[in-house]
Design a protein around this ligand. Structure first.
Ligand SMILES: Nc1ncnc2c1ncn2[C@@H]1O[C@H](COP(=O)(O)OP(=O)(O)OP(=O)(O)O)[C@@H](O)[C@H]1O
Ligand SMILES: [Mg+2]
Length: 444
């Protein structure tokens, strides 16, 4: 589970006024300020006006997830193609130059920190990872200028960046938590790719026991950031037939039919899916069928209504398909550990918002799945339970830069009695006013 993301000089999350008194032309070092922290719960809704910075948080999470794929920094920020010219990874919006905050200072570095909960099988507790990237020189790729990993259960870092080495290289120290020596063995690595995944490729006799221990920790941490999906559902992709056995939903919602088919293999899940759909739509859904529709053996969802009327995915409504895709994502047989949905309410009618919230709250309650979603919808906020409301975060602008505050940290919200529905407060701009007041009181 991802517990916290800290953004420093990343996109709109700059230092802002705290640095405006500094001499122009001075390079700022992100490590010198704490950055902007975003906290995540089981279900986290991110609210805020247009261009407040919600999707920039998604970009920060995508950067961290990109690391887990073993990519170089240029691939994470730019794009990654595989053989045959197939695009495997879409980069960060804005590319290299716009990853760093543009606020009039020649800062060329950004830093991202993440805290994640380790799986019980990996010993539990929290992992803390930090990476600083320099994108300053147009003639070379972005490079790592600081990086470390630490498990809260140890009193030292698993590994850390120590120095720049010969051009294109960096020196990384591995630490052995069972040994008392302050510094472990050093390894020289490429500086255009995070050390985290290069460490996994170390082999050979040199300090093998330390390398083995450090690799175990790196893998345990990587497991917490690798199973993250960024879904951007598209009705056309949701309608396409797919081959039975394709049980992972694509980023645009591809394979919906075969994922639902696998879910319906279990009688209780099939019944639950029928119930949800019946409530969402005015249709009297009785069953789902998955007839073969192509010579390659692809199947396509068919909704069966009372009286036996059949509606294929081709003519099902966009909102029904989107809702089924949410259900397929979180109830599927191979769910990811974390889903990020942009504008989660798209296509769902406000008076059905409670169904979406119910579905997501039910799915995330067990702690196995985490859902993060940006939203402009007051209706969604109105249906959050108390914990969901506390876990939601407001992204807002303080001058030119973005800031984030968990709703749990807006005292006035918890003091109003009786409390109006949170969605009404969102609609009237109450949250932005409340944080502007806190900022003016010096409690940013
Ligand atoms: N490198 C940068 N430096 C400063 N500001 C930036 C940088 N990159 C992006 N921004 C700011 O971030 C804004 C976009 O933020 P983002 O896409 O996160 O908005 P959003 O909250 O998702 O809005 P919407 O609800 O409209 O999707 C841009 O308008 C720009 O002002
Ligand atoms: Mg956005």
């Amino acid at each position: 589970m991802i517990k916290e993301l800290v953004l420093k000089n990343f996109k709109s999350f700059g230092q802002g006024s705290s640095c405006e008194t500094g001499p122009p032309g001075v390079m700022r070092i992100p490590g010198l300020w704490p950055g902007v922290t975003v906290k995540f719960g089981g279900l986290t809704l991110i609210i805020g006006t247009n261009a407040s910075g919600k999707s920039n948080i998604r970009d920060g999470l995508r950067f961290i997830h990109g690391i887990s794929r073993g990519y170089t920094l240029a691939e994470i920020i730019g794009e990654k193609y595989v053989e045959g010219g197939v695009l495997q990874w879409k980069g960060i919006r804005g590319g290299v130059r716009e990853t760093v905050t543009r606020d009039g200072y020649p800062a060329a570095r950004f830093a991202i920190e993440v805290r994640t909960a380790l799986r019980p099988e990996d010993g539990g507790g929290t992992a803390h990872y930090d990476i600083t990237v320099d994108v300053g020189d147009k003639n070379r790729p972005p490079v790592v200028t600081d990086e470390w990993l630490r498990f809260d259960r140890h009193d030292r870092r698993t590994f850390e960046w120590k120095a720049a080495a010969s051009p294109g290289q960096m020196e990384i120290h591995l630490r052995r938590w069972t040994a008392k020596k302050a510094l472990g063995p050093r390894f020289t690595m490429r500086n255009d790719r995070p050390a985290l995944t290069q460490i996994l490729e170390l082999s050979g006799a040199k300090d093998k026991d330390v390398v083995d221990e450090v690799q175990i920790e790196c893998r345990a941490f990587l497991r917490t950031i690798s199973s993250v999906r960024f879904l951007d559902l598209d009705p056309n992709s949701l309608r396409k037939p797919s081959i039975p056995g394709q049980t992972v939903l694509g980023d645009k919602g591809e394979n919906l039919s075969s994922v639902l088919q696998a879910i319906c293999g279990d009688a209780a899940s099939r019944e639950a899916l029928i119930e949800w759909t019946r409530e969402l739509t005015p249709l009297d859904v009785q069953d789902f069928q998955f007839p073969e529709v192509s010579l390659e053996g692809k199947v396509q969802l068919q909704i069966v209504e009372a009286g036996g009327r059949q509606i294929s995915a081709e003519s099902a409504s966009d909102g029904t398909l989107r809702f089924l895709a949410f259900a397929a994502a979180v109830l599927g047989t191979e769910p990811a550990r974390c889903y990020f949905f942009e504008e989660i309410e798209n296509g769902i009618h406000p008076n059905r918002a409670h169904l979406l919230i119910n579905l997501l709250q039910t799915a995330t309650r067990g702690g196995k799945i985490q859902v993060i979603g940006t939203t402009h919808s007051p209706a969604l906020l109105n249906f959050l339970d108390e914990q969901g409301l506390k876990d939601a975060s407001l992204v807002y602008r303080a001058g030119a830069i973005s800031r984030v505050r968990a709703l749990a940290d807006i005292p006035a919200l918890w003091q109003i009695s009786p409390r109006p529905p949170a969605g009404d407060l969102q609609g009237s701009g109450w949250f932005e006013n409340a944080v502007a007041f806190l900022e003016s009181e010096g409690k940013p």
